[in-house]
Design a protein around this ligand. Structure first.
Ligand SMILES: NC(=O)c1ccc[n+]([C@@H]2O[C@H](COP(=O)([O-])OP(=O)(O)OC[C@H]3O[C@@H](n4cnc5c(N)ncnc54)[C@H](OP(=O)(O)O)[C@@H]3O)[C@@H](O)[C@H]2O)c1
Length: 320
């Protein structure tokens, strides 16, 4: 099969489009013909500085397509069925092998690009808000990187749970578009003082919860934007800078910070059912997946470059 691979970390130019061996179907797994690859924030980070599981490495958490083989221990899927899948790597390829426990059936009529972009961002956003963030109706939440896939999912989920939603982004254009998904107030963190704005928007009370996929120096600002008993769900390092924090700033307001990693619980029934439910809600139009450009798999470098130009709004995908 063809795959977009790299032999070393670096800028998007490290991608090579090569012939590699087809992956084997595991007894507990399925093998799919990939029809859409959703490029995750974690994929661009892995290319830039992450671990290479093999050399060459095929990056990628999420891809959707059609099952071509089913492992002998799998009873709930059959060849020909459309699924969306998650694995630690291997999405940037024509075929991928995953455990059946991290595959979800694609509802009839759902576009395969949409399906490819659901499990990780929606599962993660839901956990950041509810499982670990303990968000309640009437609270105020600040979503950092609102125009990221995790951010767009979190904005919608928080709004429908009855929260007031503040979001940040790097441009006025992105903030304007976020209103459509439920954002009440936007903060342009390039031109505005994030903490002062969060305080102004909450009459100096501070927010109840921050979802922070950016990390680095932003994480300290997330803590300082909290009100009494406020919580931060720290979920990523999209900003690509080291986090320098003064944890003593949590103490005065009985504030807390919790790490969130979907991968640590993705094999649980709780996460599986939660993602399955959100796939059904997306099929009914109750939640929306925001898609940006699609590139050919052979142009993975250009796709990663486009994401890193900060112009993308929602998910960029690849088509083998
Ligand atoms: N822990 C978990 O389980 C988990 C699960 C999913 C994702 N994540 C992490 O969460 C983060 C977001 O993931 P995603 O898939 O939602 O990402 P994404 O859709 O690719 O969006 C990344 C966002 O980060 C912002 N950003 C800030 N600094 C950036 C930089 N130097 N380069 C590129 N973008 C930058 C950009 O928004 P602005 O231009 O508006 O700043 C962009 O919209 C990633 O770090 C990812 O690894 C973690």
């Amino acid at each position: 099969m063809k795959a977009a691979v790299y032999y070393e970390n670096g800028p998007p130019g490290v991608f090579k489009y090569e012939d590699v061996e087809d992956p084997a179907c595991l007894p507990e797994g399925i093998l799919i013909d990939v029809e859409a690859v959703s490029i995750e924030g974690g994929d661009t980070l892995n290319r830039a500085r992450g671990e290479l599981a093999t050399v060459p490495h095929i990056v990628g958490y999420q891809a959707a397509g059609t099952i071509v083989e089913v492992g002998e221990k799998v009873t709930n899927f059959k060849p020909g069925q459309r699924v969306t899948t998650v694995n630690m790597h291997g999405s940037h390829a024509e075929k991928r092998s995953v455990f059946a426990q991290t595959a979800w059936a694609v509802p009839d009529g759902m576009d395969i690009r949409t399906a490819s972009a659901i499990p990780v961002p929606f599962g993660t956003a839901h956990d950041c808000l509810f499982e670990f963030g303990r968000l309640k109706e009437g609270e105020t939440v600040l979503i950092q990187a609102g125009a990221s896939a995790v951010g767009l999912a979190a904005i919608q989920l928080a709004k429908r749970a009855g929260a007031t939603v503040i979001a940040t982004a790097s441009s006025a254009e992105k903030l304007d578009r976020l209103r459509e998904y439920g954002m009440d107030h936007g903060i342009n963190y390039k031109t505005q003082d994030l903490v002062a704005e969060a305080m102004r928007l909450t009459d100096n009370r501070g927010v109840d919860l921050v979802v922070d996929p950016v990390g680095g120096p932003t994480l300290q600002k997330s803590i300082l934007a909290l009100g009494y008993r406020g919580r931060v769900s720290t979920v990523g390092d999209a900003g690509r800078e080291d986090a320098l924090m003064d944890l003593s700033t949590l103490r005065a307001g009985n504030r807390s910070i919790t790490g969130v990693f979907l991968g640590a619980e993705i094999f649980t029934d709780r996460v599986y059912r939660n993602i399955e439910k959100m796939i059904a809600e997306i099929a009914k139009g109750e939640l929306k997946v925001v898609l940006d450009k699609s590139f050919a798999l052979k142009d993975a470098a250009a796709a990663h470059e486009y994401i890193e130009s900060r112009k993308a709004f929602g998910r960029v995908t690849l088509t083998p």
